[in-house]
Design a protein around this ligand. Structure first.
Ligand code: EPU
Length: 437
């Protein structure tokens, strides 16, 4: 049965929450465990839908997964891996199965992976993945609703990605760990979650280094062994709650927020008038008695302003004085969610031009990828439906800010990526009821 959140708005978020492991690292690290027969142990594992989906996919392949959601530990026993074919029923759920291509190729010489899912925030093709596998010597093609990979042995090569794609970098990195010879991935993604994956792979026995200028070098080894790894903290969860604290003119200590991985975000937060205090075990964010200011910013690959920080930041900017501009350069269609915010009283207009920054690869393609936000605008409660994960969190913050009651449906999106989100909002003083529809 589908669930809804009913939020009574008007709270200033105050108190303390603890960040857990990163959604966009843990699922990839579960996949990495397929490379080494035996039990790999992950710690700091968040209690989110994407971990469950990934667990189910891996179990369908014969793995034994034990997840203690309370303790945040997950053991992945891949010694009983029995098939390289991901069942079609897992198509469309998330974007993780395609990352199994490399591990399954190494263990079976072939892999069959059904069509991908994930949030509808752009077309999200897989051409870089397929071309990368072809360069590594695999046969990689899409037919009959699934991606088919075949290779007796992958061979190291030099790959230059057309864009520093997170998923393609991770996929090719895992595939290269046991390829014959050395693989160089240029113009690669270098997000902290990818570095965390590289750390796990190194602990498993891989030889992997980050060179200057977005290049990963991976020297293939004959085999990998299981490892024990603590997943890095979720910088998207941290930034989402930070923006919520400031937008609601509250005061929240985010235990586990890591300054190193929030460098760009913290600068933008300060430019927008929010403040923070860095402590040894986290960061306190506050907006009480502060004048929020408009900004012009653009999202980009690491070390830029993350595309996944954009949505909570937009909510904050609805409360800032003046006209803000956000140029989204990672996904062509990541402003669909603003229409519901406008119904709540926000004043946001989207444009297909590259506003507030340099021209990006979406220039003149008619994608609505720039937004102008006028503020401050009071928000009112409404009935809204979540279109994607990060938009979902921003709706929750908008609802907390709004006057009156907001009913939010489609909450499975939020729960796919945010650890115990209702519990955490409640701990900060928000009034949220969960009802069955
Ligand atoms: N792209 C291609 N061809 C490819 C691969 C990517 O054109 O073969 C394009 C995409 O269409 C997009 C851009 O490259 O325009 C970047 O995509 P990327 O591959 O980097 O994204 P992803 O790996 O699919 C991950 C996260 C996203 C996050 C992005 C960017 C996971 C499971 N997802 O997606 O997270 O926004 O990197 O940092 O790690 C989220 O958590 O809500 C989320 C969407």
């Amino acid at each position: 049965m589908a669930r809804k959140y009913i939020v009574e708005g008007g709270s200033n978020l105050e108190g303390e929450i603890t960040i857990r492991g990163a959604k966009n690292a843990v699922t990839k690290e579960m996949v990495a465990s397929l490379l080494a027969p035996g039990v790999t142990r992950l710690r700091n594992v968040p209690d989110i839908g994407d971990v469950d989906i990934t667990r189910r996919v891996m179990e369908s392949l014969g793995c034994k997964i034990t997840h203690d959601a309370e303790a945040g530990t997950l053991e992945s026993d891949t010694s009983s891996l029995a098939t390289p074919e991901v069942p079609a029923e897992y198509s469309g759920l998330n974007r993780i199965p395609i990352l199994m291509a490399g591990p399954l190729l190494h263990r079976f010489g072939r892999a069959v992976i059904p069509m991908m899912g994930g949030c509808g925030i752009g077309e999200r093709p897989l051409d870089f993945h397929l071309q990368g596998f072809q360069s590594l010597g695999a046969k990689a093609e899409y037919r009959d609703g699934a991606y088919h990979f075949n290779a007796d042995k992958l061979t190291g090569t030099r790959i230059t990605l057309p864009f520093p794609s997170v998923g393609a970098t991770e996929n090719l990195m895992m595939a290269a760990t046991m390829a014959r010879g050395t693989t160089e991935i240029r113009n690669a993604a270098i997000e902290p979650e990818i570095v965390d994956l590289a750390l796990l792979l190194q602990a498993m026995g891989a030889i992997i280094s980050q060179e200057t200028d977005r290049t990963w070098m991976i020297q293939g080894v004959d085999s990998l062994r299981p490892a024990d790894h603590r997943v890095l903290n979720d910088r998207i969860e941290a930034a989402s709650f930070a923006a919520s604290a400031v937008a609601t003119r509250g005061d929240v200590f985010i235990r586990g927020a890591d300054q190193l991985h929030l460098l760009a975000f913290l600068n933008w937060m300060r430019r927008a008038g929010g403040e923070f205090e860095v402590r040894p075990d986290g960061i306190r964010f506050y907006g009480r008695d502060r004048k929020l200011k408009s900004i012009a910013a653009e999202t980009g690959v690491h070390p830029g302003l993350m595309t996944d920080w954009q949505q909570p930041l937009v909510i904050l900017l609805t409360q800032a004085e003046g006209m803000s501009v956000i140029h989204e350069t990672v996904y062509e269609n990541r402003f669909g969610y603003v229409e519901a915010l406008n119904r709540m009283g926000a004043k946001i207009q989207v444009f297909s031009e590259c506003l507030g920054g340099r021209d990006c690869r979406f220039r003149q393609l008619n994608h609505q990828h720039s937004a102008v936000i006028w503020g401050p605008t009071p928000l009112q409660g409404a009935e809204i439906e979540i279109p994607d994960l990060r938009a979902g969190f921003s709706y929750l913050v908008a609802a907390v800010l709004a006057k009156g009651r907001t009913s939010i449906s489609g909450v499975r999106y939020i729960e796919r990526g945010y650890d115990r989100v209702v519990e955490k909002f409640r701990a900060l003083g928000a009034s949220i009821q969960v009802v069955e529809e």
